[in-house]
Write a protein that binds this ligand. Structure first.
Ligand code: FES
Length: 96
């Protein structure tokens, strides 16, 4: 289990590596746009403030969407595709 912090003040705690950051946000009833849950629609963009190395790799669908959104290479991920897989801490914020 890794540690996840969602800023500002949304969540802080241990998370299973099976759970996406979108799932964590929805369980908290946090306001969040989403649709496809597959990395295609581009609605659930998050910014990774720390711990990038503790995240699962970016898949092809997510990679294409990040490129379309001009978010590739800018420490951004789609929340529906992103899981904490390392033992370290990850800090993210939702991009409005
Ligand atoms: S819900 Fe569509 S990209 Fe994440």
């Amino acid at each position: 289990m890794g540690r996840l912090i969602i800023k500002p003040g949304v969540f802080e705690g241990e998370v299973s590596q099976a759970k996406t950051i979108l799932q964590v946000l929805l369980e908290l009833h946090a306001p969040m746009h989403f649709s496809c849950r597959r990395g295609l629609c581009g609605q659930d963009l998050i910014r990774v403030l720390a711990g990038w190395e503790n995240l699962n790799p970016i898949g092809d669908l997510e990679d294409g969407t990040l490129e379309l959104l001009r978010a590739k290479g800018k420490q951004m991920r789609m929340a529906c595709c992103t899981r904490v897989v390392g033992a370290g801490e990850v800090i993210v914020e939702v991009v409005k």
